[in-house]
Design a protein around this ligand. Structure first.
Ligand code: SF4
Length: 437
């Protein structure tokens, strides 16, 4: 086998970061990255949180079969779906050479080498290696850092604890050193990652140290922006809100998944908070962190969801005035507790509810966008806009997408001050006031 690889990634930011770790492990092992057509090995990083992600993956997987036949390309499938399906995936797709689970990433080079002796499936979940793992980043000015891996929450609809294992937190010193190395390398934005960052080190030390981590990083490295994802409303507390407010470079943006707005649905989902607790936290956050942007996730059509339950979700949404919401139709995931629940909601009813919810949340997002009109925003420039390369695409501290005219300067990875002149449903338009650094 040659030593050229391509990675194809599906799913969330955690999967994208896992793909960076796969690239890091292969680059360190003497491999080099290329496109799928020239690759000696194609590695798929899969997602199984939603059925649509699974279907997209299987479609893409079958499209590389001719490469296997023509060039003998090694096909590897890793990530959450690989963990869930294991041998079943190998039976279903006999042209796949190796299936590897979520704890096997540091061993990818070995696993690919072993395919010379035959097909293999490696999905052991005991022990996870998060320390000293090489990582080849997709961006040179933004870095994602895993602070917790896995999850202990077992929300009844969610497959993650089964495919990523229990929650493990990295030591604070180790995280700080990694952030320091990125800052030295010129990174402008640090993104702390975990399924539930708010419970950081609770299992190891008996209390969450997430607020402490924000303060330590902010004090030691005051220049890069700091973001984090994902929060859990049960563990998102006043101390964390104070840390965001008091740490100058922690961005005013919190994604706080509500999922449902009735206490009955929240209990069946095993979310661990009530609607009143959630609304209280959002009000406290808005009071503690002026100008904070709050976004959420919502599931519609969970088993047993009545019209009253749905109305309760609409009510919480109206009261919280989210800056944006990601809305999903419930679909059952095999092996989760909710998969066996009675009270399936007819598709038409689910879709009608989703439509109603989306109308409200869309309106809220465009109101939130319009509230920025006439303001100056500090943004981090990500690169040329994909739709219009004559404009820059950037993000504000509150994570709003901002576009502005490109001039002669290369602003990719720079902070800039932009005056907002127009607001659309999903993005802002502006003019450059000043290049900051
Ligand atoms: S907190 Fe709940 S939804 Fe999030 S990963 Fe853990 S089990 Fe899944």
């Amino acid at each position: 086998m040659g030593n050229k690889y391509a990675v194809v990634t599906f799913g969330c930011q955690m999967n994208i970061h896992d793909a960076e770790r796969i690239r890091g492990a292969l680059d360190a092992g003497g491999w080099s990255e290329c496109g799928t057509e020239e690759a000696d090995a194609i590695i798929f990083m899969t997602c199984c949180v939603r059925e649509s992600a699974e279907q997209r993956f299987y479609g893409r997987l079958s499209s590389v079969k001719p490469l296997k036949e023509k060039r003998g390309t090694v096909i590897a499938v890793g990530g959450c779906l690989a963990q869930k399906e294991g041998l079943r995936l190998m039976e279903q797709a006999p042209y796949v050479d190796v299936v590897f689970g979520t704890h096997q990433y540091p061993h990818i080079a070995d696993l690919l080498a072993q395919t010379a002796r035959g097909r293999l499936c490696s999905t052991d979940l005991s022990g996870v290696c998060l320390s000293g793992v090489p990582c080849s980043r997709f961006d040179d000015f933004r870095a994602w850092i895993t602070i917790t891996h896995g999850c202990d929450n077992f929300c009844s609809y969610c497959i993650v604890p089964y495919v990523r294992g229990g929650e493990v937190s990295r030591p604070m010193q180790e995280v700080a050193e990694e952030v320091g190395a990125h800052v030295t390398a010129g990174v402008r934005e640090i993104n702390l990652l975990g399924q539930n960052v708010n419970s950081y080190r609770r299992k190891e030390e008996g209390r969450s140290r997430f607020a402490d981590l924000l303060r330590v990083l902010g004090n030691r490295y005051p220049d890069p922006w700091i973001r984090f994802t994902t929060s859990h409303p049960r563990d998102f507390d006043s101390e964390i809100m104070r840390a965001i407010a008091e740490t100058g470079n922690v961005c005013e943006y919190v994604h706080l998944p509500l999922q449902a707005g009735s206490d009955h649905m929240l209990a069946v989902m095993n979310r661990g908070y009530s609607r009143d607790e959630y609304m209280h936290k959002v009000a406290e956050l808005r009071a503690s962190v002026p100008g904070v942007s709050v976004t959420t996730d919502l599931i519609v059509g969970f088993p047993g969801e009545t019209e009253e339950d749905f109305a309760a979700t609409m009510e919480v949404v109206e009261r919280c005035r989210f800056d944006a919401a990601f809305t999903f139709l419930y679909n059952a995931r095999e092996r989760t507790a909710a998969a066996g629940l009675p009270g399936e909601i007819p598709v038409k009813v689910k879709q009608a509810r989703l439509q109603k919810l989306m109308e409200v949340t869309r309106k809220m997002t465009s109101e939130s966008m319009r509230s920025e009109l006439g303001t100056d925003q500090t943004v981090l420039v990500h690169g040329p806009s994909r739709k219009n390369p004559r404009r820059w695409s950037a993000r504000s501290r509150t994570n709003k997408l901002v576009h502005f005219e490109r001039g002669d300067d290369d602003l990719k990875g720079a902070f800039a001050r932009v005056h907002i002149t127009a607001a659309g449903n999903w993005s802002l338009q502006g003019t450059l006031r000043e290049i900051l650094s």
